[in-house]
Design a protein around this ligand. Structure first.
Ligand SMILES: C[S@@+](CC[C@H](N)C(=O)[O-])C[C@H]1O[C@@H](n2cnc3c(N)ncnc32)[C@H](O)[C@@H]1O
Length: 228
């Protein structure tokens, strides 16, 4: 399914620059990842067992430093949230927020979200998927790295339960146009709005969004539903 480069390597939507971790982030990896992290393994995950209950499961792809993720999980204890991120400092930051807020409804997988969805998320198991400010890869020659592509959206749609939703947000207009076109082309999804959606109340302003707004960029939310 993954597109490959001419030498056969998969074209990924991220480049791993681990960067420096703060002492607190490193400590979180050492002590909290075993508690709140779910290791990637190429086999289906029992989501109810992972959270210890039956509740709606919402998956977030690319949570960055996790501030929006933690805020949403805090405001919605009735749902369970599974955050996916590859960037170690961000994972450390969200692990610390889980502990500080004593969140029982948030777990993390540190791995490529494309493989997580492909290999371990059962079909029709998710109440929602959040993709907030995916890397825009704004140079044309890098567009192939953009996460939102027809194949990946079809994969996400297959993981949504009936009436589940896919919510994307971006501050890059040409990516917003592409996301709207790709989601509109997925036959199992339907737009909840005429074109772009109003920002759903559960989505707080993220760091990236605030920066975009300061630079005078617009922000576009795109919310599609799986058929009931
Ligand atoms: C531009 S940042 C946005 C972060 C956050 N959602 C926000 O709004 O502040 C995009 C994030 O997606 C992550 N990412 C990109 N591709 C990913 C993938 N295939 N699997 C997991 N994370 C990914 C990157 O590491 C990065 O942290």
């Amino acid at each position: 399914m993954a597109e490959t480069s001419p030498v056969g390597r998969p074209i990924r939507s991220f480049v791993l620059r681990q960067g420096r971790m703060s002492v607190a982030q490193q400590r979180a990896h050492d002590s909290l990842k075993a508690v709140y992290g779910i290791p990637y393994a190429a086999q289906p995950l029992d989501l109810a067992a992972a959270f210890g209950r039956n509740a709606p499961k919402i998956l977030e792809i690319g949570f960055g430093m996790g501030d929006a993720t933690a805020a949403i999980a805090t405001a919605h204890p009735e749902n369970d949230y599974l955050g996916i991120e590859v960037h170690s400092p961000g994972v450390g930051s969200l692990l610390n927020q889980i502990r500080e807020r004593a969140l029982a409804n948030l777990r993390i997988i540190q791995h490529d979200a494309v493989e997580v969805l492909r290999d371990i998320i059962p079909d029709a198991s998710l109440a929602g998927v959040h993709i907030f400010f995916p890397d825009p890869w704004h140079k044309k020659r890098h567009h192939k790295r953009r996460l939102i592509k027809p194949d990946f959206v079809a994969l996400i749609a297959s993981k949504l339960a009936p009436d589940g939703y896919l919510h994307c947000a971006t501050d890059w207009e040409d990516y917003a146009i592409q996301i709207l076109a790709v989601l509109s082309g997925e036959p199992t999804l339907a737009n909840t709005a005429e074109g772009y959606a109003p920002r759903p109340g559960y989505r707080p302003l993220t760091k990236f969004e605030q920066r975009g707004l300061r630079l005078g960029h617009g922000v576009w939310d795109i919310v599609f539903n799986k058929a009931k």
